[in-house]
Each structure stands twice: as structure tokens, then as C-alpha cells.
Design a binder for this molecule. Structure first.
Ligand SMILES: C[S@@+](CC[C@H](N)C(=O)[O-])C[C@H]1O[C@@H](n2cnc3c(N)ncnc32)[C@H](O)[C@@H]1O
Length: 334
């Protein structure tokens, strides 16, 4: 390989000059010894000491997902795929549209090279069933679906094949955590692997009761309690919250109800469990807040209570015109 040989101290200045003039060969690494630097070049250059030595080729690192799929997919297809990436710990989950399914392996391999994560899976079904889990198909990397996801300093261990988890709710969890006051007695009725309880208890000195019907979710939450340094305490229960909560002796200052498709069917349970002046963090899928507010108002009425809506927001878009909405309601006796 042809190189410019310069005294060691001049290596960097010479490198910059050669690069600026488009003379440096960027496919090889610069070599140095105790006295000289050797800078790879594309052609002979006057005024320099040119030598021929072996240099190590640069590792070709793909910088761009698009570069890896160039010629296979249109720019729009690549952009759509890119926005479908969900990164959970060292796992990437992709949504591949039907018309690109015949290229799924190519896309999976490109995603693996681009993200350098452990495993690439693609969504095989919608989120479904009581446990809100979706089918996944392994595409590239190592087929190991257990990972540790980091969120706001919390370590959340989970198996993406066995439990529900969405990294897209991180901002919402932080928002709820920030509204919690030390000393609150909280129940997360549909806790999953415990992202709300863990993020809250890492930051606030509170007592949290966490319930989920999915055994695997509670197994990981128990592990997550051990993995994180908590200021508050978390007690876990596995089962249907409607049945499990029958044995609870206390009322709660805050109830988190993140089961957006069905939370409204559990409002009778939460209005029974809420402390006077307590807050319900209620979620549902909707195109507006009206339905949710009406459901909360009706449930309050049935329980002889009333609500004040203290906040509403769109957490994330679920489909065109539909949102995962959050409604915070303060509950008081009539
Ligand atoms: C949408 S996930 C939310 C999990 C968690 N809150 C989060 O943000 O990642 C809803 C959870 O509710 C649980 N679930 C569904 N029905 C339930 C019930 N009747 N009692 C307790 N948990 C239930 C599911 O297993 C699932 O983990």
C-alpha cells in the first residue's frame, strides 16, 4: 500500500492536509511506529516521502440502514420501516408490511448489521389476549428473547415473547412518577413486568401493590425489584385483579389502570379501592377524551362518588385517528 511517510509529530497535520485535498485512501488505517506515521494515499504525490508498506484495511461499518438496503427497497419503504423499530434492551422488534414480507430476511439482516443489537424479531400478530402479548418471528442475530431494558435509570428485565412491554410509554411513566408524592399508597392494577412501579419506587418513598394476571410478568417484576435500588416498596400479586383485590384491607391514594382496551370494565373495582381524594390514572384507546370521561363519571356516580378531571393527554398514536389516551381523575365522596 502506497503511503506518505512523515515524522510522527507531523502525522495528524499531514493527514488533515491529504484528506482536504482528497488524496488520502480512507479504506486503510494509518500506521505509526516510534518515529514515523504512514498515511495511506490513492496516488503518488510530489514533495512527500512515499513508501510501500502493508496497512490494515478499515472495517467497513455500515452507517446507515438505507445504505444496506439500497437498490432493494424504495426510500419511502426504508423510512417507514425505520419508524417501526422498537428497541427493547438489546432486542429490536420490527413491523414489516405485507408487501415486503418476501424481503423479511434481507430486512432483518440489515437491521441486525445497522443496530448491532443481539436479536431482530418481527411482529407476527397484533397484541392479543388477556396477557396482551404478540407473536414474534425471529429474523436475525441470536434467538434469545430475554433482555434488560433501561428506562429513566431503571433496569427492566423481560422476555419479549412472554410479556407485554412498550418502550413508547417511557415519557408517560416519567410523567406519572413525577406527579406521585412521597408516602402515597399506590396500586398498579395491570402492572406487567412493573415499569410503572419500578420507575416510581426508584424515585419516591411509596408503597406499591402490583397486580398482573400473567405469571411470567410477575416473575420478571419480582426479579426487577431485586435488580433496582428502590426508595419505596413493591408487593406483587399474580391473578385477576378483580379477585385478588377482594382481600385488600387498605384503600389507595393512586390507582394506575394501564389496560387501555378494557380498563373501563374494571372501574367498579377501582372506585371501590380508591381513598377519598385519591387519583385514578386511567387509560383507554379512543379518538377523544369524552368517552373516557363519561365512563369515569358514570362509575363514580354508581359508587356514590364524584370526579374532577385534573389532566388529559395523548400518550401515543395507535392507528390513524385513534390514540392511547390518559385521563387523570381525582375522586372524592359526594
Ligand atoms: C397493556 S399491559 C400493561 C402492562 C404495564 N402496565 C406496562 O405499562 O408495561 C396490561 C397488563 O394487564 C394484565 N392483565 C390483563 N387482564 C388482567 C386482569 N384481569 N387482572 C390483572 N392483570 C391483568 C396483562 O397480563 C398485561 O400485562
Amino acid at each position: 500500500m502506497k503511503c506518505v511517510k512523515v515524522p510522527l509529530k507531523q502525522t495528524n497535520d499531514t493527514r488533515i492536509k491529504l484528506m482536504e485535498n482528497g488524496l488520502m485512501n480512507m479504506e486503510y488505517r494509518i500506521k505509526t511506529d516510534s518515529e514515523y506515521g504512514y498515511i495511506p494515499i490513492n496516488e503518488d504525490i510530489d514533495d512527500y516521502n512515499i513508501v510501500d508498506i502493508d496497512l490494515e484495511p478499515m472495517k467497513k461499518v455500515p452507517h446507515n440502514f438505507a445504505e444496506l438496503l439500497d437498490g432493494e427497497l424504495t426510500n419511502e419503504e426504508i423510512e417507514n420501516l425505520r419508524t417501526s423499530f422498537d428497541t427493547i434492551g438489546d432486542i429490536v422488534i420490527l413491523e414489516i408490511p405485507d408487501e415486503l414480507l418476501d424481503k423479511k430476511q434481507l430486512i432483518g439482516d440489515a437491521a441486525f448489521k445497522f443496530t448491532k443489537r443481539k436479536a431482530i424479531y418481527m411482529k407476527k400478530s397484533a397484541i392479543k389476549g388477556t396477557t396482551r402479548v404478540r407473536d414474534l418471528e425471529f429474523l436475525s442475530g441470536t434467538d434469545d428473547s430475554v433482555t434488560i431494558h433501561k428506562e429513566h435509570g431503571a433496569r427492566l428485565k423481560l422476555d419479549v415473547r412472554e410479556v407485554y412491554f412498550s418502550p413508547r410509554l417511557a415519557t408517560e411513566r416519567k410523567r406519572v412518577m413525577e406527579s406521585v408524592k412521597n408516602g402515597e399508597n399506590i396500586i398498579d392494577m395491570f402492572c406487567g413486568i412493573g415499569p410503572f412501579p419500578i420507575v416510581i419506587a426508584r424515585n419516591k418513598n411509596v408503597n406499591i401493590t402490583a397486580v398482573d394476571i400473567n405469571e411470567s410478568a410477575i416473575k420478571y417484576l419480582d426479579e426487577n425489584i431485586r435488580l433496582n435500588k428502590l426508595k419505596g416498596s413493591i408487593k406483587t400479586y399474580c391473578g385477576d385483579v378483580r379477585e385478588v383485590s377482594e382481600s385488600f384491607k387498605t384503600k389507595f391514594d393512586r390507582i394506575i389502570m394501564n389496560l387501555p382496551g378494557l380498563a373501563y370494565t374494571f372501574l367498579d373495582v377501582s372506585f371501590n379501592l380508591i381513598e377519598d381524594g385519591g387519583i385514578i390514572n386511567y387509560y383507554e384507546f379512543s379518538d377523544s377524551y369524552e368517552t373516557g370521561i363519561k365512563r369515569l363519571t358514570d362509575a363514580a356516580d354508581n359508587a356514590g362518588k364524584e370526579i374532577e378531571i385534573i389532566n388529559t393527554r395523548k400518550v401515543k398514536s395507535t392507528s390513524p385517528g385513534e390514540w392511547h389516551v390518559a385521563i387523570d381523575a381525582k375522586v372524592t365522596k359526594k
